[in-house]
Design a protein around this ligand. Structure first.
Ligand code: ZN
Ligand code: ZN
Length: 378
């Protein structure tokens, strides 16, 4: 059960919903759900953006590109005026979260605060882009698997406006507006992923924990692309990418759940979906997702019993055909690649000279997951 007051009831998947949650500290939390492009069998539902209303009200996430104006309109149904916002923050640098940022930054007086890595990767680096055809892309999108015809027509303006943002960096991960807000860096799904903890009352967790579904992990293979961009003040960030990083972040969340078992968890998708609330228990859900990835590693090793296979072949053997339609095969293949990187670390697979994953005959991944140290500072 939850204590949400429904301010506006949108559709059965949560699109256009507005909810209000009074917190014991006197702050009020508003959830505003902005539409995303329907993703078929991979659908996430809308993006839930949150406003924390206290002495210095702030917004976390801004919906997909083009949703800034919609969010401002939705704000009219809260107790706040756009001019009341003192800051805009992000859970991570994916388009369904930062797409509305340029418009909101322009139409409010709020300052924009971002993770230092986000600030670096939102920019384009024409002389360093891997293929020259991506010279006007944000560095964070260099690894994108979508065909260039798609990204040219859909993302160009998004990249251009991101590049022109005026931002402040969250140096030292200190929250500038409210002493009760604590930031958690939770790389894995995205290297700049942050969760915002409001006292012991609420955790705005982005895509890192979702009800029913799990976000796709990034890949360690993305890191060498951006590594040459890192200025000397950035430590090596290889540990911020891939499934290992994600498991580490989930272990941190599980520990946080043990410390604050009653904390309200607010996800960026599926807070309300398919006519029901997606309630998250922090510790339990974190453990469930770790278990889900364990199961997937086991299934991949099972598929490899038939001999070496490419990531695509494994995806076709593992996923239901309906999930492989259209771009689905690319999503599935990327998910498998993250797990193959992990299984290589645990010593359970190796790569053949033909670029196929082959079983080593071992199954040490479970032990390997157990040994991942949540406190390791990478
Ligand atoms: Zn995301
Ligand atoms: Zn998302």
């Amino acid at each position: 059960m939850n204590d949400f007051e429904i301010i506006h009831r949108g559709d059965s998947n949560g699109n256009q919903w507005i909810i209000r949650l009074p917190l014991p500290s006197g702050r009020t939390l508003w959830g505003l759900a902005t539409e995303n492009i329907y993703g078929g069998d991979w659908d996430l539902g809308p993006t839930w953006n949150y406003i924390v209303q206290g002495d210095h009200p702030f917004l976390i996430d801004t919906g997909r590109f083009g949703m800034g104006g919609r969010l401002l309109k939705m704000m009219k149904q809260t107790d706040l005026e756009p001019g009341d916002l003192k800051g805009i923050f992000l859970t991570h640098g994916h388009e369904d979260h930062d797409g509305g940022l340029p418009e909101l930054a322009q139409d409010t007086n709020a300052s924009v605060w971002v993770h230092p890595l986000y600030d670096l990767l939102r920019c384009s680096y024409p002389s360093q882009a891997p293929p020259v055809t991506k010279e006007d892309f944000s560095a964070s999108c260099w690894h994108c698997f979508m065909p260039e015809t798609f990204t040219r027509s859909h993302c160009r303006e998004y990249h251009r406006q991101r590049d022109g943002l005026k931002t402040n960096r969250l140096e030292g991960l200190r929250f500038p507006l409210d002493g009760a807000v604590h930031l958690h860096h939770l790389p894995g799904h995205c290297p700049d992923a942050l969760a915002y903890q409001i006292g012991s009352e609420a955790l705005i967790v982005g895509d890192t924990l979702l009800p029913d579904i799990t976000p796709h992990p990034s890949q360690e293979a993305f890191y060498p692309l951006i590594q040459p961009l890192l200025p000397p003040e950035f430590p090596p960030l290889s540990g911020w990418y891939g499934l290992r990083a994600y498991i580490r972040s989930l272990k941190r969340l599980a520990a946080l759940g043990r410390e604050f078992p009653r904390m309200q968890v607010l996800p960026a998708h599926r807070l309300f979906y398919n006519d029901r609330w997606g309630t998250i228990e922090l510790g339990k859900r974190s453990e469930e997702i770790i278990e889900h990835h364990l199961q997937r590693c086991a299934s991949i090793l099972e598929v490899l019993k038939d001999g070496p296979q490419t990531a695509e072949e494994i995806a076709r053997a593992y996923y239901q055909p309906k999930l492989l339609k259209g771009f689905g095969i690319k999503m599935a293949e990327n998910e498998i690649k993250s797990h193959l990187e992990f299984l290589e670390h645990s010593g359970d697979i190796h790569w053949t000279t033909e670029g196929k994953a082959a079983s080593t005959g071992k199954a040490d991944f479970e032990d390997y997951i157990r040994r991942i140290d949540p406190d390791q500072n990478t």
